[in-house]
Ligand binder design. Structure first.
Ligand code: FES
Length: 75
């Protein structure tokens, strides 16, 4: 069967989580990493998915959403 992908470009992807915050960004600290910081996309709009490329800013402005990346930092 064919897979139909529907992209709702102008729709928020976060309808209810922590909406009082301007942008939801979470950080995970890991003691042993080869890179000091990696930002993973949670808006599904990044051109470099799974990495964040800042596209969430445009998405948030267009939709009123508040999504931001998951930051994985070396502790
Ligand atoms: Fe998607 Fe930054 S580009 S969270």
């Amino acid at each position: 069967p064919a897979v139909v992908v529907v992209r709702a470009e102008a729709q928020p992807i976060n309808p209810e989580i922590r909406k009082a915050e301007e942008k939801v960004v979470d950080t995970v600290l890991v003691p042993e990493l080869s890179k000091p910081l990696t930002a993973y996309c949670r808006c599904w709009r990044s051109g470099t998915f799974p990495l964040c490329d800042g596209s969430h800013v445009k998405h948030n402005k267009a939709t009123g959403d508040n999504v931001g990346p998951l930051l994985v930092k070396k502790q």
